[in-house]
Design a protein around this ligand. Structure first.
Ligand code: ATP
Ligand code: MG
Ligand code: MG
Length: 554
């Protein structure tokens, strides 16, 4: 009975099964608010909720927690559905919206009023905060706390009917202004918002607060275990109060776990939205974003993300995961799966003086040394090639094993060449061509006399190469914990060099048919994928998914 997720949450479920608390049922939900795109932190919650359900023979709902019309939109609803599916999870026919329960929630609020457990309060938001008190001081009762049931019912109806201004009145639960838990000091459960809702339109101008809407939604759907992040731990007594006071049939258990934080990025939708709105990135799906859509465009696979979520595990205390672990997960997978190809990102012309003009040879090379079934392909070779600019050095330091005047290097899978001359631009002095001779006896890359040539560089045939744009990405932020210092705006911590665009890259011709999303290892350079948005047939755009070098300390 091996569980993929063996953790404290599974322990609680095992205990609930032993005591038959839910008749052996396990039913979870993933409850995103459609006010932004999903990010890798949400992926952790998705994997956990769907994973826990699956390993217990249970069910998991997808529920949009859409109770705040001012920030929500159907664009977000659609992107969230697409991302959950892409990650490999299926809610089947269990797609719900908290907004579907607005009528019921309103009835429950009326029920609380009739029980004398809720009242309409005319204090302003600032006053409510002030009256609430602090951890060391008890709260002060609102002067509206003891309104009669009749007056409260009348005012609440009039709130609903749009008679009052936004912010002028709220409905509060009447609990305990002296509670040591601030959330229990008469929390607001309904407020006036005069905005159109993406589903219910203008039917409502009062909307339930999370702390009221969430337990009701969970219970109505028969959710057994409501898994949420740690900041809701202090809200649990209120969650239970709502279920008990309303005598809800399903007494859902709330369980809190630590949210995922990653180095060199931010993970709050508010901050991600700012990056998009202020144009610091090209959109929610910018490959530098920690969003699911950004990671997808960057070349991450669902399995690499799921694997990452399984590895980080689930804990009860907050911590920050090193982003190099995420990179390690995709690198490991692509190392197994990605076809190897040759691509020159910063081309320098190499002319082989003693190679016959017009001759073309084909070299058969391995597609993937990690995969014996990957086969081979043919790469054309001719007199004029491109190599990487930084694979040539006019005045090389000691132990420079790439190409240099008078020095030999191996062209991967082809011949050994020796540099005999360089051509420079008259004005700038920049090297524009490297001239070599080749050793015809070294076909395949080894010298017939057994002499050692240490360096091997990649190349493409100039006449056969195809052009492409390649986008190199680095961390979005230049500090490990952007936004950690409250006195510094996280925007100032953006990495100015997070994107480098190379427009005249030269690729081996086999890449001409590459399709959006296809992944490759560019030999010696890293893993790259065809961009899902900007790449077109005939004008390919590649994204660097991850470099070859692994910085994850195992
Ligand atoms: P944000 O602060 O980014 O707006 P949120 O919690 O308000 O996040 P929701 O759409 O409400 O975003 O989140 C849906 C679910 O995903 C919730 O159950 C929430 O706890 C979980 N979740 C959100 N962020 C993370 C994270 N960084 N790590 C783990 N789970 C997360
Ligand atoms: Mg939320
Ligand atoms: Mg939020």
């Amino acid at each position: 009975n091996e569980k993929v997720y063996s953790n404290f949450i599974q322990d609680i479920i095992d205990e609930d099964n032993r005591t038959n608390r839910y008749g052996g049922r396990v039913h979870t939900r993933f409850p995103p608010e459609p006010n932004g795109y999903l990010h890798i932190g949400h992926a952790k919650s998705i994997c956990l909720n769907f994973g826990i359900a699956e390993q217990n023979g249970g069910l998991c709902n997808l529920r949009f927690d859409d109770t705040n019309p001012s920030k929500e939109d159907t664009e977000y609803v659609e992107s969230i559905k697409a991302d959950v599916k892409w990650l490999g999870f299926d809610w089947e026919d269990r797609l719900y919206y908290a907004s579907d329960y607005f009528d019921k929630m309103f009835e429950y609020a009326v029920k609380l009023i009739k029980m004398g457990k809720a009242y309409v309060c005319d204090l302003s938001a600032d006053e409510i905060r002030e009256y609430r008190g602090t951890l060391t001081e008890p709260g002060k009762e609102s002067p509206y706390r003891n309104r009669s049931v009749e007056e409260n019912l009348d005012l609440f109806m009039r709130m609903k009917n749009g008679e009052f201004e936004e912010g002028s009145r709220v409905l509060r639960a009447k609990i305990d202004m002296a509670s040591p838990n601030l959330n229990m000091r008469d929390p607001v459960i309904y407020r006036i918002i005069k905005a159109s809702h993406h589903r219910s339109g203008d039917k409502w101008c009062i909307y339930p607060m999370y702390d009221f809407a969430h337990p009701i939604s969970d219970s109505l759907e028969g959710i057994t275990h409501s898994i949420c992040t740690l900041e809701f731990e202090d809200h649990r007594p209120l969650y239970n109060w709502v279920l008990e006071t309303l005598d809800m049939e399903c007494k859902t258990r709330q369980i809190e776990f630590a949210r995922l934080n990653l180095t060199y990025t931010v993970m709050s939708k508010r901050k991600l939205l700012r990056l998009v709105q202020e144009g610091h990135v090209r959109g929610w799906d910018d490959p530098r974003m920690p969003t699911i859509s950004g990671l997808r465009r960057r070349g991450y696979t669902p399995s690499a993300i799921r694997n990452f979520c399984a590895r980080i595990g689930v804990a009860k205390s907050n911590s920050t995961v090193d982003i190099s672990l995420l990179e390690h997960c995709i690198r490991e997978e692509l190392n197994q799966k990605a076809q190897r190809v040759m691509a020159v990102l910063r081309p320098l012309k190499l002319v082989i003086d003693n190679y016959p003009e017009g001759m073309v040879e084909e070299f058969e090379v391995e597609n993937n040394p990690e995969d014996p079934n990957a086969g081979t392909r043919k790469v054309p070779f001719s007199k004029v090639l491109y190599i990487e600019k930084d694979d040539f050095c006019e005045n090389p330091p000691k132990k420079y094993f790439r190409l240099a005047p008078g020095q030999e290097v191996r062209l991967k899978g082809a011949y050994i060449v020796k540099c005999v001359d360089v051509v420079k631009d008259d004005k700038t002095g920049e090297i524009t061509e490297v001239h070599c001779t080749y050793d015809p006896q070294s076909r395949g890359g080894n010298a017939s006399d057994g002499r050692k040539v240490k360096g091997t560089i990649h190349w493409v045939s100039a006449a056969h190469a195809i052009d492409a744009e390649v986008r190199l990405y680095d961390h979005l932020f230049s500090v490990p914990n952007p936004g950690a210092d409250e006195n510094v705006d996280f925007i100032e911590q953006l990495n100015p060099n997070s994107l480098e665009v190379l427009k005249s890259c030269k690729l081996e011709p086999s890449l001409a048919g590459a399709k959006p999303g296809d992944a490759f290892q560019f030999l010696r350079l890293g893993y790259f994928c065809v961009d899902l948005v900007d790449s077109k047939e005939g004008s390919l755009v590649f994204n660097r998914t991850v470099t070859l070098k692994d910085t994850w300390a195992k």
